[in-house]
Ligand binder design. Structure first.
Ligand SMILES: NC(=O)c1ccc[n+]([C@@H]2O[C@H](COP(=O)([O-])OP(=O)(O)OC[C@H]3O[C@@H](n4cnc5c(N)ncnc54)[C@H](O)[C@@H]3O)[C@@H](O)[C@H]2O)c1
Length: 346
């Protein structure tokens, strides 16, 4: 066990920079090396120390640098080969979502982690996002009665930021249905388990499935979710949910001033105050709040490694189920058929 978790960060683009911000705040982790074919110029974007070595590929980094884990922030089509290389070298893996593009790739990754006895966590950050944690708490506790309907959505302008434009190439990303909407699909699995069936409609363009809307069939509940990135590039980003309980409504809108509102009992809508981390300066608390689930997921991962405990939330196996469910939604959108699902045993 290391005194400090030394992390090799594979990919120094958009998410690599987000993860680098988090590692700067975590006292028990640091970036030991960066892997990126763009070379040392990525360090500036990561605001990383100029002494952090940058390697063009992971094999070179693993030969030269000691580390406990590899954090994969690479285009999705590179997740499988990178995770397998890291696991074969005896390193734990944190992999950005989606785990992979195909069920076969996801199965190979989870099997490799299991047979090596190593941890593999996938960056389904919504499981760690404060407002969604409150939704899960409300459902699990039954505080406002049973959840009777839930709608979730996630919308953004066309992604123009990716290095090499991989996000807009369907063979590397599969479009908004997988890259964006999987956040809500994954959270639904976490919250309510596997639905009995899905029925979806989608829009396809040169970037793949740019918009998808799904009805998830659960007994005695109406559940829908939509994900789309076919908005103008400068439109911005918005994620929302609207949860109706027997005795209350919980509403989240990432673009609102008060993001989470509760209407319960005889009261009108009021902002919900979320718990804040304690024992930190106001400046650090503010940084953590701005990083949302990205901070909490990596904090959890590093904590699991420090304690030598298995990752239980957002595991590779759970991420493989989320991928399979999105692929079923795409199958429904492509065929116009309801897709019946085999319930998972987990
Ligand atoms: N959790 C989230 O909310 C969220 C948000 C955005 C992206 N993502 C996911 O994060 C992953 C990365 O996306 P991104 O937005 O950071 O992409 P990006 O294009 O911004 O960055 C990718 C980086 O990988 C580097 N790279 C490319 N090929 C490489 C290789 N062979 N070896 C090493 N580095 C290589 C590129 O130079 C670039 O720096 C994707 O799987 C994406 O779906 C997750």
């Amino acid at each position: 066990m290391f005194a400090m978790q030394q992390i090799v960060l594979a990919g120094g683009g958009c998410m690599g920079a987000m993860h680098a911000k988090v590692y700067r705040l975590l006292p028990d982790a640091c970036i030991a090396a960066v892997v990126d074919p763009r070379g040392e110029r990525v360090l500036e974007g990561l605001c990383a120390d100029a002494n952090v070595p940058v390697f063009p590929d992971l094999a070179a980094a693993l030969e030269r640098v000691e580390c406990s884990a590899v954090d994969i922030c690479l285009p999705t089509d590179l997740h499988r080969e990178t995770a397998l290389l890291a696991l074969a070298a005896g390193k734990h893996v944190f992999c950005e979502k989606p785990i992979a593009l195909t069920r076969e790739d996801a199965a190979a990754m989870t099997a490799a982690a299991q047979s090596a006895g190593l941890q593999m966590m996938v960056g389904h950050c919504i499981r760690f996002w404060p407002e969604y944690l409150e939704l899960k708490r409300a459902v699990d506790s039954g505080e406002y009665g049973r959840l009777v309907s839930l709608s979730m959505d996630r919308r953004t302008g066309r992604p123009g930021y990716s290095i090499g434009n991989w996000v807009n190439r369907p063979e590397r990303c599969l479009g908004a249905a997988l890259d964006l909407h999987i956040h809500d699909t994954d959270f639904l699995l976490h919250l309510l388990g596997c639905p009995e069936a899905v029925v979806s409609q989608g829009l396809r363009d040169e970037t793949g499935w740019s918009s998808i809307s799904t009805q998830y069939v659960y007994a005695q509940r109406i559940v829908v979710a939509e994900g789309a990135w076919n908005y103008p590039e400068k439109w911005g980003f918005q994620m929302r949910f609207h949860a109706v309980f027997e005795r209350g409504v919980l509403e989240f809108d990432s673009s609102a001033k008060d993001t989470l509102m509760l209407t319960a009992g005889d009261s009108s809508a009021a902002a919900v105050r979320l718990p804040e981390p304690s024992g930190m300066s106001p400046a650090v608390r503010e940084q953590i709040a701005s990083l949302g689930g990205y901070y909490h997921e990596l904090d959890y991962f590093v904590d699991c490694l420090e304690r030598g405990e298995p990752v239980a939330i957002s595991t590779g196996a759970q991420a493989a189920e989320s991928l399979a469910l999105v692929l079923a939604e795409i199958e429904s959108a492509a065929s116009g058929k309801i897709i019946t699902l085999k319930k998972s045993s987990s």
